[in-house]
Every structure is written in structure tokens, then in C-alpha cells.
Design a binder for this molecule. Structure first.
Ligand SMILES: Cc1cc2nc3c(=O)[nH]c(=O)nc-3n(C[C@H](O)[C@H](O)[C@H](O)COP(=O)(O)OP(=O)(O)OC[C@H]3O[C@@H](n4cnc5c(N)ncnc54)[C@H](O)[C@@H]3O)c2cc1C
Length: 444
């Protein structure tokens, strides 16, 4: 059975900078409706065709997580359809887990279901889309956010919004991973100072594209952005600065950071209000995954139909960023794989992608990502930062790597409590139990 959320498109402004939105509203449409009132919904993934329901289901995050956090932080209430068809309203702050570690959820029929809270400890990273949120005393709403549709279907959500920021976008060319990491670290420090009222350089996002990623971008995207294709070990950083007063002071501080880090190339700048200039720079970023997808599709047609994209979605504590970058490169190079790296570097969240030329590359690529994931977990990071797990066998292995068999079993216990017949998104997050298990009652 397929459930469509296409008709869930209501959008109501609420007092106190809140909006109630149907699950079937795309983020681009939400921002379009908010903008004339000078409002903005901040935790947006770089794909603005995503729907409100999908972004809540995956706890999506975007480039600006460093400033705004992931979707979870912005959700005040949810209407959720549970597996038995009941519609429940869950408001943040209303139902917390008991000290013994469970929720009591009262259904509209009066039935009360006890839901256990998993005991695993989530990695301490700024974004995570890796199965069920779990923390002592947690709020019930957080169990549904990021549950990828396995516990209930989001019908609508009450979201917090903010005044629309004025934004400058700056494209910086660095000559190495080390320089890019140093610039990003300096910009994070400046941003923190500015939020304390010291300085004007309020950076909300820094995105990273290595020269391998840029080699896959069509010429037109490079020339529209007004830059030459970088070579060798160079890296482009796309920096978003939120400007409250005049932009001159923020840009002066930005130039000082680049100077101090030894960046020689002149940056490309789109000033606040220059929407065309900013769009051209964002197009360059969007052209990177598009370029990889084109190559993978061509190999699939020409070489083998089972060739697929092998994409990492890894996050490490920011202090371990350079080490992580070296790990990604060394692992792929040792395995003789073509690859490209891009992503949300201000969060320590990068997407190292294998660009497979053969089916053999696909197998080796999966083994490489699994190897990298183990080391990233050992660094205090996570192999599932923002895209979720879904039905991908590789991502389900990464989830197992993160929380072990016991953690997966604890997630299954949550699923059993809320969806005992495995009706919703079966096979998402972890494999569906066999029908024999279901029939002999071991699931209830
Ligand atoms: C080019 C590109 C860039 C991206 N960049 C980012 C990024 O920067 N950050 C990021 O976090 N993600 C990113 N993503 C991934 C994607 O945008 C997010 O995962 C997004 O949240 C998915 O939303 P969607 O509406 O497309 O959901 P879908 O992909 O349709 O669904 C995702 C999951 O949620 C479930 N679901 C959907 N709607 C509901 C609902 N109403 N109730 C319950 N469950 C539901 C689905 O069953 C599925 O399991 C990117 C994707 C692309 C293609």
C-alpha cells in the first residue's frame, strides 16, 4: 500500500512566529509563502523540493546546521496517524519518558500503549539521522521526528520560523584540505563571537567541494559561477554570511580571516540582495551531485545494470575534520577507487562518494564506506548524519555498526509497541521480521 501526502497542503500562520503546515508542502513552497511576511524556516536541506513530512521523518538538516541545528529543534507539534489509523496530536513539552524509561501513549479509543525508550547513547554530533532518537526523560515528539515513517505518518506539523536573514554568499578557493579546514575553523570562531555581540561575521554555513567533485561539474556551471575549474588538491568553500548591519564590516573581517589563513585567490562575492549572483554560486554546489549522478547513470547503462552510487554521509566532531578527510582519501586511494568529496564542512559533515566504473568498484566501494564508518564511530562521529537509513542494505549495516545488535533490538521493541503488525514502512531502518516470527507471536 502506498500512502500519498499530496493533498496535505494546508498552511496556516499562527501567532508567535509559528506556522502549521501540511506534510505535503514542499520546503520551497513554504519559504515562498513565508518570504513576503519577512519570515523564514531555517533547517533546510540543500534539496528544497523535499516535503515538510519527509524532512521531519528524516530529521533533515542542511548547510546551516552549525547555526540553526536540525529539523528536530524547529518542530513544536505534530499530527500523526498511527498504525491502527488513530490520529494523535503530540505537542512538545506534554509527554516525557518516565524515569523507568518508557512512554505511556493514550490512543483516542482510550487504549494505553507503553513504549520503551532505547538505552543506547547517541553520538554527540550536531546532526544525526540514524534511527530512533533516545535519551533519558526525552519528549515523545522526538521519537517520531527522524523515525522515517516507521512509527506513524506525519499529517501536519507546527514549525517555528524566524525573521528572514539578509545573506551574503562568498566563494573561496583554498589550495588544500588543510587550508580549507583552517579557514572553516576560523569562520566558526568568528561566527560564535558575532553571536555573542563581538564582531559582524555571522557565518551560518560553509560548504566544501574538492577538485575531484568539481571535475565532474559541467563547464557551464563553472563559467556561470565566474571561476576557473580548480586543479590538484584545491578546494572551494561556499560561505553564507548573515548580515544584520552593513555588509562592509562582515566582508572586511572575512578578508582578514582569508589573509590570516594564507588564501591568495580573490573570492567571488554575492552581496545581500544579489539573488542572481547567489543563485549562480548555489547552482555550482548543486551541479556536483548532479555530475556524479550522471556518471553513475552512464556506467549503469554502458557497463552493468547493477552499478549504483555509493554515497557516504559521515559526520565527525569538528576538531577531527582534517583527520577524517585524510581517512576518506587514503581509504579510497588504497582501494583504487574514483571518488569525490563535498558537503557541509562547518558541521564536520561530508559526503565522500565513490564514482564506480565497474560492478567490482561498487563492491569495493561499499567495503570502503563500511571501513570508514567504523573509524568515524571510533572518533565519536556517525555514519548517518542527515539522509536517513531507509531500505538500503549498506545504511542498515551502518546503523548496526553504530548501535550494535542490542540497539537494533531496542528499536524493534519501539516498533513492536506502536506497530505490532509491521504495517508502516516495513523494512525501513531494519529488516522486516519473517512472517513465521509474526505468526508464532514472537513479535507481541
Ligand atoms: C540533491 C539533494 C541534496 C540533499 N541535501 C540534503 C541536505 O543538505 N540535508 C539533508 O538532511 N538531506 C538532504 N538530502 C536528502 C533529502 O532532501 C532529505 O532526506 C529529505 O528530508 C527527504 O524529504 P522528501 O520529502 O524527499 O522525503 P522522501 O525521500 O520522500 O521520504 C524520506 C522518508 O520519510 C518517509 N516519509 C515521507 N513523508 C512522510 C510523512 N508525511 N510521514 C512519515 N514518514 C514520511 C518516507 O517514507 C521515507 O522513509 C538531499 C537530497 C538530494 C536529492
Amino acid at each position: 500500500m502506498v500512502v500519498s501526502t499530496r493533498a496535505l497542503t494546508d498552511l496556516t500562520r499562527l501567532p508567535g512566529r509559528m506556522v502549521r503546515v501540511g506534510a505535503g508542502v514542499p520546503l520551497a513552497e513554504l519559504q515562498r509563502v513565508l518570504a513576503p511576511d519577512g519570515l523564514y524556516y531555517p533547517p533546510v536541506p540543500t534539496y528544497d523540493g523535499a516535503f515538510v513530512g519527509g524532512t521531519i521523518a528524516t530529521n533533515a538538516a542542511g548547510a546551516a546546521t552549525f547555526k540553526y541545528g536540525s529539523t528536530r529543534r524547529w518542530v513544536e507539534a505534530l499530527s500523526v496517524v498511527l498504525a491502527d489509523g488513530s490520529l494523535v496530536e503530540i505537542h512538545r513539552g506534554e509527554i516525557a519518558a518516565s524515569p523507568e524509561g518508557w512512554f505511556e501513549l493514550e490512543y483516542p479509543s482510550g487504549k494505553i500503549v507503553r513504549v520503551p525508550v532505547p538505552t543506547y547513547v547517541m553520538p554527540d554530533v550536531v546532526k544525526l539521522s540514524a534511527g530512533y532518537f533516545a535519551r533519558p526523560g526525552m519528549d515523545l515528539i522526538d521519537l517520531f521526528i527522524g523515525s522515517e515513517g516507521t512509527l506513524g505518518i506525519v499529517a501536519d506539523a507546527t514549525l517555528r520560523v524566524i525573521p528572514l536573514p539578509r545573506r551574503s554568499v562568498v566563494l573561496v578557493t583554498c589550495d588544500s584540505d588543510g587550508q580549507a579546514a583552517a579557514v572553516t575553523a576560523a569562520l566558526r570562531r568568528e561566527a560564535r563571537s558575532s553571536r555573542r555581540g563581538e564582531g559582524a561575521l555571522d557565518v551560518s554555513a560553509v560548504e566544501f567541494m574538492d577538485s575531484r567533485a568539481l571535475a565532474l561539474v559541467v563547464d557551464e556551471a563553472m563559467s556561470r559561477a565566474g571561476i576557473a575549474r580548480p586543479v590538484g588538491a584545491s578546494v572551494l568553500l561556499l560561505v553564507q554570511i548573515e548580515v544584520t548591519g552593513g555588509e562592509e564590516e562582515a566582508l572586511r573581517q572575512m578578508a582578514a580571516v582569508l589573509d590570516a589563513c594564507g588564501v591568495h585567490a580573490d573570492p567571488q562575492v554575492a552581496l545581500p540582495g544579489d539573488e542572481r549572483g547567489a543563485a549562480r554560486l548555489f547552482e555550482l554546489r548543486d551541479a556536483v551531485p548532479a555530475g556524479v549522478n550522471t556518471l553513475v547513470a552512464a556506467a549503469k547503462t554502458r557497463v552493468h545494470p547493477d552499478i549504483e552510487k555509493i554515497a557516504g554521509d559521515l559526520i565527525v566532531p569538528f576538531e577531527r575534520l582534517e583527520e577524517a578527510l585524510a581517512l576518506y582519501r587514503q581509504t579510497f586511494e588504497r582501494c583504487g577507487l574514483e571518488y569525490a568529496i563535498w558537503g557541509h564542512v562547518s558541521d564536520g559533515n561530508l559526503h565522500p562518494n565513490v564514482v564506480p566504473r565497474s560492478l567490482e568498484d561498487v563492491h569495493r566501494g561499499k567495503a570502503a564506506i563500511l571501513d570508514i564508518a567504523r573509524r568515524v564511530v571510533a572518533m565519536g562521529g556517525a555514519p548517518l548524519a542527515e539522509h536517513g537509513v531507509g531500505r538500503s542494505a549498506l545504511k542498515q549495516l551502518l546503523l548496526l555498526e553504530l548501535y550494535g545488535e542490542r540497539g537494533i533490538e531496542e528499536m524493534r521493541a519501539v516498533k513492536r509497541a506502536l506497530d505490532p503488525t509491521w504495517k508502516l514502512s516495513a523494512g525501513v531502518l531494519f529488516p522486516e521480521p519473517s512472517s513465521t516470527d509474526r505468526d508464532n507471536g514472537s513479535l507481541v
